[in-house]
Design a protein around this ligand. Structure first.
Ligand code: TXA
Ligand code: MG
Length: 365
């Protein structure tokens, strides 16, 4: 049985998540508990195929306000609305005729799944969801547990990633617990998420696709449907939450081309987030053995994004590795660039943002 089909429940009385010994009965109980809370206007952390989300009734402004409170998210940053089914699409969104054929094709190919569209907004959607914009972000998740919950709830759910604002998105229930414990009543655990990075966000006009946030659906995949424009996040005023400093660990992070060329400052403990794992492991050990001066040991710890240089695996591991490195009290994390093709572009995008605050500090000295 796949882990995503066997959710368990955490509640705020527990100190840490219990490991799951699960059965179908629990699954129903998890869904029932989630739906009951959502109907009462509460928030619930739920798994999706990308990252864990913090969900609330998208049509209830007070419930949605609780998302902003729990995450400490600024009200100017709009939320993604998740649909129970396609019939809801044009109840919450408007689609202009010129882009309709392409949108329909993309939906047919990629929904349910990790592709978010920015469309016109219908008046039933409360202002707080879209931060007052006249556009709305919509997607349909393919995760079986999410689908079970939203189908039982029967209405759209607003759900940003279940982390405090500006922090790394959670890819396990434990991450969501670490971020939001004590602030929310329930977390549904269905194991690690499949993609590990947030959905791709696009807008469509005529036969062109603007990518506002790179994600699991790659530019190459979308390119089969129309001309692609990569709209740099920092330049995109229409994606206010795409701040350059998003996804930041607390430890400064620097992006480098190759670990070999990195020279640490004396006495600094540096962690490496490595891409070229297999070829390197031995080299580091040899370098360390030869060294008589402990300070010349380049890395206090090395984490490998993917032993087999598989970009999917790297994406799935990315946020978990960053969290683990962040907990080690390092002076610096250095991350090797991954290839900029396919999913690699989405991984690089996250790493660039994670390194942003370091760049600022660096420049200021
Ligand atoms: O995979 C995902 O998309 C996850 C899961 C939980 O579904 N959700 C997620 O939501 O990543 P969040 O809130 O962390 O990121 C949503 C991004 C934000 O950068 C926000 O600014 C942007 O979408 N966004 C939302 N509504 C928008 C709109 N109307 N126009 C432009 N950008 C919008
Ligand atoms: Mg987020």
């Amino acid at each position: 049985m796949k882990t995503e089909t066997v959710p368990t429940i955490y509640d705020r009385r527990r100190q840490s998540p219990t490991s799951a010994t699960l059965c179908r009965g629990r699954k129903t109980l998890a869904t029932e508990s989630a739906v009951e809370l959502l109907r009462k206007g509460e928030v619930v952390a739920v798994p999706t195929e990308t990252v864990y989300g913090l969900a609330a009734d998208a049509l209830n402004p007070i419930a949605v306000a609780k998302i902003f409170e729990a995450k400490e998210r600024p009200r100017f940053d709009p939320l993604i609305v998740h649909l129970p089914n396609e019939q809801w699409l044009e109840r919450v969104a408007t689609i202009d005729n010129s882009s309709r054929p392409l949108i329909k094709k993309l939906i047919a190919r990629f929904w349910p799944g990790p592709l978010t569209f920015i469309l016109g907004r219908q008046p039933i959607v409360p202002d707080i969801v879209t931060a007052g914009l006249d556009t709305i972000a919509v997607r349909m998740s393919s995760h079986s547990v999410f689908t079970e919950i939203i189908s039982a709830f029967g209405k759209p759910l607003a759900a940003p990633s279940a982390n405090r604002f500006g922090r790394i998105s959670p890819t396990t229930a434990q991450h969501a617990f670490d971020e939001l414990s004590g602030r929310i009543p329930l977390i549904i655990d269905a194991g690690p998420t499949t993609h590990g990075i947030e959905s791709s966000i696009i807008t469509v006009h005529d036969n062109e696709i603007d990518i506002l946030r790179r994600g699991p659906i790659t530019a190459e995949q979308l390119g089969e449907f129309g001309k692609i424009n990569i709209v740099g996040a920092a330049k995109s005023l229409s994606a206010p939450g795409q701040l350059p400093s998003h996804y930041a660990p607390r430890t400064p992070l620097r992006l480098i081309d190759k670990a070999e060329s990195f020279r640490p400052v004396k006495n600094h403990r540096v962690g490496l987030l490595a891409w070229n794992a297999k070829a390197r492991k031995g080299d580091f050990q040899i370098a360390q053995r030869r060294s008589e001066d402990r300070c010349s040991l380049r890395f206090a710890v090395v984490k490998y994004l993917s032993e087999h240089q598989d970009l999917r695996e790297a994406a799935a591991n990315l946020f978990g590795c960053l969290r683990e490195l962040d907990e080690l009290d390092l002076d610096l994390i250095v991350a090797e660039r991954v290839p900029a093709r396919g999913l690699g572009a989405a991984i690089l995008d996250r790493l660039q943002r994670a390194s942003h605050s370091f760049d600022i500090r660096d420049r200021r000295g």
